[in-house]
Unconditional design. Sequence first.
Length: 246
Amino acid sequence: MGEIFAVLSGKGGTGKTSVCAGIATALAEEGKRVLCIDCDIGLRNLDISLGLADCSALSFLDVAEGGYPLEQAAVHPLFPQLQFLTAPMNREAEKIDARAFSALLQQAKQHFDYVLLDAPAGVDAGFRLVAAPAERFLLVTGSGPAAIRDAARVGELLELMGKQDVRLVVNRVDRDLLSTVQITIDDVMDSAGLPLWGIVLEDANVTLAASFGKPLLKYAKRCPAAKAYRKIAKRIQGFHEPITLR
Ligand SMILES: Nc1ncnc2c1ncn2[C@@H]1O[C@H](COP(=O)(O)OP(=O)(O)OP(=O)(O)O)[C@@H](O)[C@H]1O
Ligand SMILES: [Mg+2]
């Protein structure tokens, strides 16, 4: 039985999509069966970070409500264990049948080891659609105090929804500020009770890989961000991977 992970943040542009694609490809690289779903309705771009922008892909609505079988989800040409459903462009999040979406995820759990949901920014309908059926959460935040406070707030919202397995990924960390950031991370873990699951350094390869239409793990195999994604993928699988800042 697979697990449903939501990658979310509340704030826009923190790196949810990049982290989601990075972890999905890292898990697939290890032979795990992964379904990645772009839930950023109307603003989808997970296909770009996965290096699938030129492939045609069913949307999750095509499967949840349109009668297409889940097996027809796009298969990644470089990671055959990784399948992908894109987000619909012509339906508002409020109008999506949450029960049909949830049923799709339950079905996906039978076929995949991990189902990763790339959430939209914000804490409204799209957020609720993703958060409600998800079991485990990766909250992606920047390293500044304001970003971390926002993440803590989203953590509280998830707690109110009865969600317990919520972990923090601090993204775009400046190598020169590592020691300062460490203090902030300790603070947030104390005050918000959010355990840390990864630190991803600022790494131009993330944007370059997307610009060249390649998944990061193929574009720059050993760059800092790729290493960080692989470590998070290990932790997701239950391996002990110490959190290191370098
Ligand atoms: N570790 C990183 N180092 C450098 N740039 C990064 C890193 N992670 C993400 N970026 C860049 O930050 C920008 C935003 O990333 P991304 O689209 O993944 O964020 P998002 O949270 O999904 O945004 P949105 O809220 O709009 O969905 C992109 O240009 C991406 O290439
Ligand atoms: Mg995104």
